[in-house]
Design a protein around this ligand. Structure first.
Ligand code: HEM
Length: 460
């Protein structure tokens, strides 16, 4: 019996560590703090709730044991995200019937085999992006915004048969601003005492208006399907409206369909646009990797060859760029698990039942125990022969266990295609010498990331 205390930075009476936590980029702050605690675990008292942070891969391995830990929504930031995502898959309680039903109904739609069905729509939207950049020849474009247009339009079209037509518009769709503001407000609520939230009356009003805006959009997506032709019966919305859960024999309730549509509109675009933005940033900083990527697309997609699904699945360099980007720039930089019972992790650290544990992906994905030259962008880590030596719990960009990302294959196929098409056609110039400025709002993305795009010439 060798129990050790979980260390914490010093807090203040009553408020604990709450005042120390910055309003913006809290996870970046948590990652920074991890450097003071090389044992791979520390604790904070946030708004009266004890919160444990882990990033040592062996500790993460224990927290990944689903017999001992689970995804809890209560008393976490996701509780507030339920204000708009309700009992959608992402924010549903494990014990809610809706989670199991939607998981079983939608899982087949996210298998590797199902990806072929979405490819045509993914390609159409990726070509819209390329079309816009061709029109912007020689001008600066906001890379993150355009990838956001891409991923939002892609999930809406392939999931729900709905067209945002984001590339036809100068401004981003108002849904995105409503979402951003609502996410920021929900996170803020999770980091302050409820008393403080009550005092911010104007913010509450704005929050309500943003949520209403998003819900009205969802209504129109569903209405369009109901009034339209029967096309797209096989897509996510078709399944949600029509499929019967094999276990309960029931269909999803219409209120739950609304929650799921909003959940997928959010979860299906935020992260993938972050991934593509960070990948493009990483390529700008690593010219030798960029050269390998160009060589790959020129070999598999010479000239203006239109990519097909099988070619995209043959790519090797581009998927490794995505893997390495997800290691260094995980778009969801942390996720939470809760202890089912009193337990001890790492042989030393006692966690009481209901203790909240946050896995910090940044520090985990660069932990010296698991990664050599951890800060180096090295896509060869992901060659099959190197992969087998990896620590099994040192890489969690898609979360863990039964509540891991359902959209992983979707995101990876979409991102492979987008990056391949962009590299086939364009070169980038970073004339303003961009400094990485990550912005967090549940997910993180590079802020104000602009590059000049130019059409590539033969042999360039
Ligand atoms: C869950 C990451 C793309 C839908 C998650 C979780 C992570 C994650 C870390 C677990 C969160 C937690 O434990 O609280 C990512 C990343 C993506 C991505 C890094 C892109 C690079 C997508 C896409 C979709 C999607 C494209 C939909 C088309 C979901 C859903 C859940 C989820 C519905 C909740 C699953 C459940 O709890 O049953 N994602 N995601 N994600 N993701 Fe993704």
């Amino acid at each position: 019996n060798d129990l050790r205390p979980i260390r914490s930075p010093r807090g203040v009476p009553f408020l604990g560590n709450t005042p120390q936590i910055p309003d913006t980029n809290p996870v970046e702050y948590f990652a920074e703090l991890s450097k003071q605690f090389p044992e791979g675990i520390y604790g904070l008292d946030i708004a009266g709730i004890e919160q444990i942070f882990v990033y040592d891969p062996d500790l993460v391995a224990e927290v990944s044991d689903e017999t001992r830990f689970f995804k809890q929504i209560e008393k976490t930031p996701l509780q507030h995200v339920r204000d708009f995502a309700g009992a959608g898959l992402f924010t549903a309680h494990q014990h809610e019937e809706e989670w199991g039903m939607a998981h079983r109904i939608l899982l087949p739609a996210f298998s590797q085999r199902a990806m072929r069905n979405y490819f045509g729509q993914m390609l159409e939207i990726a070509q819209n992006l390329a079309g816009k950049w061709e029109r912007k020849e020689g001008q600066p474009v906001n890379i993150t915004d355009d990838y956001t247009r891409l991923t939002l339009d892609t999930i809406a079209l392939s999931g729900f048969g709905y067209r945002f037509d984001s590339f036809g518009k100068e401004e981003l769709h108002p849904f995105l601003n409503a979402l951003l503001e609502a996410l920021i407000e929900s996170l803020r609520r999770s980091q302050e005492l409820p008393m403080m939230t009550k005092l911010r009356k104007a913010d509450a009003k704005k929050y309500g208006a943003n949520i209403q805006m998003m819900q009205e959009l969802v209504e129109s997506v569903i209405k369009e399907r109901r009034e339209g032709q029967s096309s797209g019966e096989e897509d996510l919305l078709g399944l949600m409206l029509e499929a019967t859960d094999p276990e309960t024999g029931k269909k999803l309730d219409i209120d739950n369909v609304r929650d799921q549509v909003l959940t997928f509109l959010i979860a299906g675009h935020e992260t993938t646009s972050g991934l593509l933005s960070f990948a493009t940033y990483s390529l700008m900083r690593n010219p030798s990797v960029l050269a390998q990527a160009y060589a790959e697309v020129d070999r598999l997609l010479p000239g203006d060859t239109v990519p097909d699904y099988d070619t995209i699945m043959q790519l090797d360099v581009i998927p490794r760029i995505l893997d390495e980007t997800l290691r260094l720039w995980a778009p969801i930089p942390s996720f939470g698990k809760t202890a089912r019972e009193d337990t001890v992790i790492g042989g030393h650290y006692e966690l009481k039942k209901d203790t909240k544990v946050l896995i910090l992906e940044g520090p985990l994905h660069t932990h010296p125990k698991a990664w050599e030259r951890p800060d180096e962008f090295d896509i060869d880590r992901w060659l099959p022969e190197n992969r087998v030596q990896q620590h099994p719990h040192a890489y969690k960009p898609f979360g863990n266990g039964i509540r891991a990302c359902i959209g992983r294959q979707f995101a990876l196929v979409e991102a492979r295609l987008a990056l391949a098409l962009v590299l086939q056609k364009f070169k980038f110039a970073d004339t303003s010498d961009y400094k990485m400025d990550p912005r967090e709002a549940l997910t993180r993305k590079p802020g104000n990331f602009e590059l000049i795009v130019r059409r590539r010439q033969e042999h360039e």
